[in-house]
Design a protein around this ligand. Structure first.
Ligand SMILES: [Zn+2]
Ligand SMILES: [Zn+2]
Length: 326
């Protein structure tokens, strides 16, 4: 199984990178990409741990414990294939927040590091502005709460957790509706980068840009078409065709979109938490047959960094027809 979209506690996921890997192992994943919001810290952390482990090894001939300095692929004992580097960049398009995945990005690339630092800074500034508004409404302590978290990409989801923990909101949805959502008392607009900036930077870092969960944005059909056209014009390479909670009708529609715009097709669960069992690792629908030739494992970057097809594809004979059962 392959899962090219997941989150750790460095953004709004619940698990540490090593706990995420344990879960990936339990779920039998071959390849995993961690795609935290505006952060590649999970990959850096796992690579550093792997190096520390490898340097302790007394047998240099044991290839199972050695590691190289790659910023795109990490061979790990928990995954039969490997960990693919990734990130999920928040972009703005006509006032909406649209997510673009970067896969196979070199996590050491300077342009990427700079862009992610800027995005993280925007997130901190937004959280500080929300904090001020909350304070004016008698709700104090957000800054101190955020300082206790491991994440480097603060989101409104963390603010909502704080509001629920403090008893200011009965649940996260309530926190968004009444306080931090567009119509809330403590709403602060975000200032994300544009498609073109995100995609150019992903390319500069050697990565593939994929439009994340395309049917989850509040867009009418004509606006959706325009958004995809703008994404393609900005240089987008791929779209996520299969992901968790996707209805079969959308799967076909996204496969058509892929063909029409000559985009590559990616697949990932968008895993955040073990509590969200409907978005568990690898829990994605089969890649449709229409994406037989556009599936991401045929992309030159996959061939360059991995050099072989995923086991399920090469063993199954029906190339590109299956990733996993939903
Ligand atoms: Zn997303
Ligand atoms: Zn995501």
């Amino acid at each position: 199984m392959i899962d090219l979209h997941s989150h750790t506690h460095f953004s709004d996921g619940d698990l540490s990178p090593s706990r995420l890997l344990s879960r990936a192992h339990e779920r039998g994943l071959e390849y995993l990409a961690i795609t935290d919001h505006d952060s590649v810290t999970a990959f850096h952390t796992l690579r550093a741990e792997r190096h520390a482990h490898a340097s302790k090894d007394t047998n240099p001939d044991d290839s199972s414990t050695t590691s190289n300095a790659s910023g795109t692929i990490l061979r790990l004992p928990q995954l039969s294939g490997g960990l693919i580097s990734g990130v999920e960049v928040s972009c703005q398009w006509e006032g909406l927040e649209i997510h673009v995945l970067g896969l196979f990005v070199d996590v050491d690339n300077v342009a990427l590091t700079t862009m992610l630092q800027q995005q993280q800074q925007r997130r901190r500034e937004r959280a500080a502005a929300i904090d001020l508004k909350l304070q004016r409404n008698g709700m104090t302590g957000l800054g101190a709460y955020l300082d206790t978290l491991p994440c480097d990409a603060i989101s409104r989801s963390h603010v909502a957790d704080f509001l629920v923990n403090q008893g200011h909101s009965k649940n996260k949805q309530h926190a968004f509706n009444k306080l931090i959502g567009r119509k809330g008392k403590a709403y602060v607009a975000a200032g994300w980068c544009e498609f073109a900036d995100a995609i150019a930077t992903i390319h500069e870092a050697g990565g593939i840009a994929s439009l994340a969960h395309p049917d989850r944005y509040p867009l009418s059909r004509p606006r959706f078409r325009r958004m995809v056209e703008d994404y393609c014009e900005a240089g987008g390479d791929a779209i996520e065709v299969s992901y968790s909670n996707l209805n079969p009708g959308s799967l076909g529609h996204l496969a058509e979109l892929c063909e029409k715009h000559e985009l590559w097709a990616t697949a990932g669960s968008d895993f955040h938490s073990p509590d969200h069992h409907w978005m568990d690792l690898g829990k994605i629908r089969m890649m449709p047959a229409a994406c037989r030739h556009s599936a991401i494992w045929h992309h030159p970057a996959w061939q360059q960094h991995i050099g072989k097809l995923p086991a399920i594809v090469s063993a199954g004979g029906s190339e590109g027809s299956a990733i996993s059962d939903a």
